[in-house]
Write a protein that binds this ligand. Structure first.
Ligand SMILES: Nc1ncnc2c1ncn2[C@@H]1O[C@H](COP(=O)(O)OP(=O)(O)OP(=O)(O)O)[C@@H](O)[C@H]1O
Length: 376
C-alpha cells in the first residue's frame, strides 16, 4: 500500500523497517512491516488489542528479533544488536520506575550505567528534572508521587541520555481522563522542543490523532494504512480503517455507467449516487465499488420535502458535545449514522421511529481504494 510520507526529505529516515516479519512459533504477530520514520517525526502506531503494535516497538528497541527482514536505525542494520547497545530508551505503560531509588537516582540511573561521573550525572539529571518541572521532588521516593509526577520522572529518566529516538508504549493509559489530556500536551510540546523522534504505541485514536505527525494503523499484524491524521480521517484506505475510525457510513455499490456531468452513476442497496472522477478515474459498467460518506456529511430531510435519498427510520441518538450522532436504519436493514448540531435536529423534531430521508452531495463520497474492484 501507499504510505503518504510527510517526512523531512532532506535527511535519511532515522528508522527503516524493511519487510519485517515476526513470528512466535506458527503465529505471525507482525506481517511484512515496510515503512520509514523521519528524523524528528512523532509517529503513532495504533490498532486494537493484539494487532502487533508492541511487538513492532519491541523489535525497534531490540527486545525482540525479527524473524525475517531488516530494521535500520540511523542507517545501521540493527538485527541482533542488543538493546543496551542501541540508543532507544522506552517509556512503558507501567513506567517501570525503581521504587527503591529516589526521583533523582531514577533519573541518573542510565548515566550511572554508562559510567558517567557523579558530578556530571547530577548536572545532567538536574537539567531534566527542571525541564520536566519535578525538581522539588528530587529527593522523594517514587511511591510518594502522583500518577502525573511519576510520568514526568519516567520521561526524564528516558531522556537524560539525550537519545535521538524515544519509544513510548501506552504511557498514558493508566491516567485519568483529565491528566491524560494534560500529559498529551506535555509530550507533544516536549517532542517539538527537543526535535527528537517519538514512536508512540496506543490503542487510543484521540491520543494518536491529537499528537502524531503520522499514524500507522495496524490490524492482525498487518499495516493497513500510514498517513497524517488528516489523510487517514479524510481518505481511509480500506474498510478496516473506515470501520476503525467509526465515523463513516460504508456503501457497497456497482457502477451503472457514466453520469451526465462527468463521474460515474453508482447504485447501492437502497439508492443511486454519483461518484466524482477524482474519486474513480476509470470504471466499467458492473464494476464493484465501495465508498464511504462521513457522518458529518450526511444530510437529513423530512419525507414530505420531495428530496430524493434513502428512506430510513430513527433508531436512537447519542450526544457528542455540541452535536449528536443520529442512528438510522434503512428498509433493507442497513445502519447509518448522521452527525448534526442540536439546533438542526430540533428543527426536524426527530424521535425514535421517525421517518427521514438521508442524502448527501456527490463530492462527499470517498472511494475506498483498498477494496477489491474499487481501484482507480
Ligand atoms: N512472546 C510471545 N509469544 C507468543 N505470542 C506473543 C508473544 N508476544 C506477543 N505475542 C502475540 O502476538 C500478538 C501481538 O502482540 P502485541 O503485544 O504486539 O499486541 P498489541 O497490539 O501491542 O496489543 P495490546 O494493545 O493488547 O498490548 C498477540 O496475539 C500476542 O498474544
Amino acid at each position: 500500500m501507499k504510505a503518504n510520507a510527510q517526512m523531512d526529505q532532506s535527511s535519511e529516515p532515522i528508522v527503516k523497517f524493511d519487510n519485517v516479519v515476526k513470528r512466535f512459533g506458527s503465529f505471525t504477530a507482525v506481517k511484512k512491516a515496510d515503512f520509514e520514520i523521519g528524523r524528528g517525526e512523532f509517529l503513532a502506531i495504533m490498532g486494537s488489542s493484539g494487532c502487533g503494535k508492541t511487538t513492532t516497538l519491541r523489535m525497534l528497541a531490540g527486545l525482540e528479533d525479527p524473524t525475517e527482514g531488516a530494521i535500520y536505525l540511523d542507517g545501521e542494520q540493527v538485527n541482533g544488536k542488543a538493546t543496551w547497545d542501541r540508543d532507544t530508551p522506552m517509556v512503558w505503560q507501567s513506567l517501570a520506575l525503581f521504587p527503591f531509588l529516589t526521583v533523582q537516582e531514577n533519573v541518573e540511573f542510565a548515566l550511572k550505567m554508562r559510567g558517567i561521573g557523579k558530578e556530571e550525572r547530577r548536572q545532567r539529571a538536574d537539567k531534566w528534572l527542571d525541564k520536566m518541572q519535578i525538581t522539588e521532588f528530587a529527593d522523594r521516593n517514587i511511591n510518594q508521587l502522583s500518577g502525573g509526577q511519576k510520568q514526568r520522572v519516567a520521561l526524564a529518566r528516558a531522556l537524560v541520555t539525550e537519545p535521538k529516538i524515544l519509544l513510548l508504549d501506552e504511557p498514558l493509559s493508566a491516567l485519568d481522563a483529565h491528566l491524560k489530556v494534560r500529559m498529551q500536551s506535555v509530550l507533544s510540546n516536549l517532542q517539538k522542543d527537543l526535535g527528537i523522534t517519538f514512536v508512540y504505541v496506543t490503542h487510543s485514536m484521540s491520543e494518536a490523532f491529537s499528537m502524531a505527525d503520522r499514524v500507522v494503523i495496524m490490524s492482525r499484524g498487518q499495516i493497513e494504512q500510514i498517513g497524517t491524521p488528516e489523510e487517514i480521517y479524510r481518505e481511509p484506505h480500506n474498510r478496516f480503517v473506515a470501520e476503525f475510525l467509526g465515523s463513516a457510513n460504508i456503501f457497497d455499490g456497482v457502477v451503472e455507467g457514466p453520469a451526465e456531468d462527468g463521474g460515474w452513476r453508482v447504485s447501492y442497496e437502497g439508492g443511486e449516487t454519483v461518484l466524482d472522477k477524482s474519486e474513480l478515474a476509470e470504471a466499467r459498467k458492473g464494476q464493484a465499488v465501495t465508498f464511504i460518506v462521513s457522518a458529518e456529511n450526511m444530510q437529513l430531510s423530512l419525507p414530505d420535502s420531495g428530496q430524493p435519498g434513502i428512506a430510513a427510520s430513527v433508531a436512537g441518538e447519542e450526544f457528542i458535545g455540541g452535536t449528536a450522532m443520529v442512528f438510522l436504519e434503512t428498509a433493507t436493514g442497513q445502519e447509518l449514522k448522521v452527525q448534526k448540531t442540536h439546533e438542526e435536529l430540533s428543527q426536524l423534531d426527530l424521535h425514535a421511529g421517525s421517518r427521514i430521508i438521508v442524502h448527501w452531495a456527490p463530492d462527499s463520497c470517498h472511494v475506498l481504494p483498498g477494496e477489491t474492484g474499487a481501484r482507480n
